[in-house]
Write a protein that binds this ligand. Sequence first.
Ligand code: AMP
Ligand code: TRP
Length: 360
Amino acid sequence: MLDRYALSLRGRSRTVGIIVPDDHKEQTVSDTNRQRIFSGVQPTGNIHLGNYLGAFRNWVSLQDSFDTIYCIVDLHAMTADYDPVALEKSRIETAKVLLALGVDPDRSLLYTQSQVMEHAELAWILGTMAPMGVLNRMTQFKDKTAMGVASNLGLYSYPVLMAADILLYRANLVPVGEDQRQHIEVTRDLAERFNNRFGDLFPIPDGYIPETSARVMSFTDPASKMSKSDAKEKSRILILDDQDVIRKRIRSAVTDSDPEVRYDVDTKPGIANLLEIMSACTGRSVDDLVDEYSGAGYGAFKDAVADAVLEELAPFKPRYKALTNGDVRAVLAEGGGRARELAGPYEAEVRKAVGIKGYR
Ligand code: AMP
Ligand code: TRP
């Protein structure tokens, strides 16, 4: 069963640029020596073009050169109101989409966070070192509570659990979209605090964020990011949307009244967003696209963007349809087992360092 995926999933992936925090030297894929990648996604359904271009495309391409671990973070999903039956379905659904996108269980570890309770234990330990002042600055907590998500301790300490996810496996690079940059900084901060107090256990991880399309914007409001939770369906393209829906969404994307195709995030955010999306899907630079389409008119430009997106997404739906829930459960069962085997000895080192080696 796994071989079938492996054969059909290879190829087509492209690794896009790397941006590391300001204080850190630039790194490229070639000068890394089989480093470890860790990333996570919430099982909240609605996987969209922003998730794909911002993060999952890199998840797939990084499998070629790195030791890759990908986690469906169901413990994080419990921080907002949820239905237990829907959560179980969403975990399978999210894993199925990731497999269809090209996450290959022969090369990557794919599992769910709740299968490995060491995540929660390490989060507790790191939580004892996380200053309230640092957590009070987290924009995601402020944004979510402003949107009406009930505040609770889990939502507040969400970045600590994320740091535990990454540090548990001693990851070096974390492929995510721009919105996770602040959380990566907290992870680095907590790793440094831990290492200073208890000895150098954790590598200090870097974010791996694409140069273009790290923040794909909404089609109905190009000032806010494309999001799973936006009530307006027209704001996003889902990975599994039908071709005519994808074309319609792009055609109706909010732009501006000046007909020139130009890259200007401040005055033409809708067009800038479409240029970035097209650039990410075609591998052509934004400047090159502006040269070609500046005088073409918005209609023709949007059609070209739609063609590029359709071509990029075309392989995924057939692969998704070929997978059964049983296939997905088998991948997660195996991934969870392997993740536990890895996590146990790592967490034992942490326990020893902090003085709770204990008798288990
Ligand atoms: P989430 O949907 O919040 O679980 O995010 C999964 C991954 O997609 C994370 O790495 C996010 O940074 C990334 N992501 C989410 N929304 C966007 C977006 N609009 N543009 C680019 N990346 C995104
Ligand atoms: N916070 C991430 C998001 O909302 C999901 C996540 C949880 C994650 N743990 C992680 C991402 C560890 C990268 C690494 O998208």
